[in-house]
Design a binder for this molecule. Structure first.
Ligand code: BDR
Ligand code: CA
Length: 310
């Protein structure tokens, strides 16, 4: 079977780490590179976390460090969700592999340039690196198959009333990406809040045995604590793996192609992914907006993934 070649651009992050584990386990996906961005934590920490996860799952994938700071703003981190390390909870060994000397956007360019096939980008953090790449290498845009991203929401936000974290951290970068003309799949809060993981799902994952199953369960145990204590929910929404799960099995999802634009300087709406449900703006639909997921198939996919490492 032909695999989908991807580059993951992430800020691990509990859910980013699980997205990496899911992608690396899939026989439908070929992870050609991983680039990191400041987001959930500073760039040093997110890069170290990506490398620690790769060591743990024993995958030798090139990693390059990207931007710490958003294009025009100070970095805002999500320490309240992911802890001081950005990946608090499980014990993970320090990496043996180092990040490459080149930067995230240079690694993206190298991989895309040398590939015969078009590459899919999977950003699961702020879109800073992707925007810099598009500005620096406009001629490589045509070699990008699609961007399957976690970010935004057609309705509501999780960091402000109107904005989701990844888009809010760097709305100027998001604006560049959403206006790029590249096909985009948006796994925003509309769908990720339906990718619910309950304590019984975590227990089931842990029961699979194997060190990766235990790691994923421990990541989720930490992640669910924030959602229980701060949001009062009895589940964790598993955001970032949705951007990968859609590539593996789009049939699990319900989506609608809509026009989505970014508000970069609204009084109350900065970072909002303004989604034109009714076509009022008469603009071309530029985004496949994921709206729902079959949660049971999603959990089964995670379980299948952790078992691949046994
Ligand atoms: C997004 O923000 C981060 O905290 C998560 O890793 C995810 O990418 C959800 O809003
Ligand atoms: Ca993330």
């Amino acid at each position: 079977m032909k695999k989908i070649p991807i580059i993951m651009d992430c800020d691990p992050g509990h859910d980013d780490a699980i997205a990496i584990i899911l992608a690396c386990a899939s026989d439908k996906i070929d992870v050609r590179g991983i680039t990191t961005v400041g987001g959930n934590q500073t760039i040093e920490k997110t890069t170290n976390n990506a490398l620690r996860v790769l060591r743990f799952i024993d995958k030798d994938i090139p990693v390059a460090k990207g931007a710490n700071n958003p294009i025009r703003r100070e970095l805002e981190i999500a320490e309240s969700v992911h802890g001081d390390s950005g990946l608090d909870g499980p014990e993970l060994p320090q990496p043996t592999q180092e990040a490459l000397e080149i930067s995230a956007f240079e690694l993206m360019a190298q991989i895309i340039e040398k590939s015969d096939e078009k590459i899919t980008l999977v950003p699961t953090g702020p879109l800073t690196n992707i925007a810099i790449f598009l500005l620096a290498y406009p001629h490589l845009k045509s070699k990008i198959e699609r961007i399957s991203l976690m970010g935004g929401a057609a309705i509501g936000g999780n960091w402000t009333a109107a904005a989701e974290f990844n888009i809010l951290v760097d709305p100027e970068a998001a604006d560049i990406v959403f206006k790029s003309g590249i096909p985009i799949t948006m796994a925003g809060l509309d769908v990720t809040h339906k990718a619910k993981v309950y304590p019984e799902d975590i227990a089931k994952i842990k029961r699979q045995g194997g060190k990766v199953a235990v790691l994923v369960a421990e990541l989720l145990e930490f992640f669910i604590r924030f959602h229980r204590d701060i949001c009062g929910w009895d589940f964790a929404p598993l955001h970032d793996p949705c951007a990968i799960a859609w590539l593996i099995n789009p049939d699990m999802f319900t989506s609608k192609k809509l026009n989505v634009m970014i508000d970069t300087d609204g009084e109350h709406t900065t970072g909002c992914t303004v989604t034109d449900f009714y076509g009022n703006n008469k603009q071309e639909a530029n985004v496949d907006v994921l709206l729902d997921v079959d949660r049971f198939q999603f959990i089964d996919m995670l379980i299948e993934a952790v078992n691949k490492y046994n």
